[in-house]
Design a protein around this ligand. Structure first.
Ligand code: FAD
Length: 65
């Protein structure tokens, strides 16, 4: 049996999309993510919604876990 452990550096759109695509295609793969971000992934184009009054947690794309 081959044990695959993928390490993704960065939790921006590229990193998150890579993790989701891997998980969708291989349930038992181990995925580790290393990031400098201190917050969960959010879509950068949605930053303007914060200026319009939304709370940061309201623009998160996915649950933190
Ligand atoms: C305000 C704003 C609005 C935007 N609007 C649009 C839009 O409307 N349409 C559009 O197409 N694009 C838009 N963009 C651009 C788009 O958001 C980026 O192209 C996209 O986020 C790039 O994704 P990425 O995953 O490649 O990089 P990033 O989102 O920059 O992610 C890089 C990741 O790498 C991590 N990292 C960096 N260095 C290290 C290190 N040494 N060790 C560990 N982790 C590290 C960071 O913490 C981060 O998680 C916008 C960007 C901004 C800032």
């Amino acid at each position: 049996m081959i044990f695959l452990h993928v390490v993704i550096i960065g939790s921006g759109h590229a990193g998150i999309t890579a993790a989701i695509t891997l998980r969708q295609n291989a349930e038992d793969i181990k995925i580790s993510m290393i990031t400098e971000d201190t917050y969960p992934h959010y879509p950068r184009p949605s930053i303007y919604k914060i200026i319009l009054g939304k709370k940061p947690e309201e623009i998160l794309r996915f649950p933190e876990e």
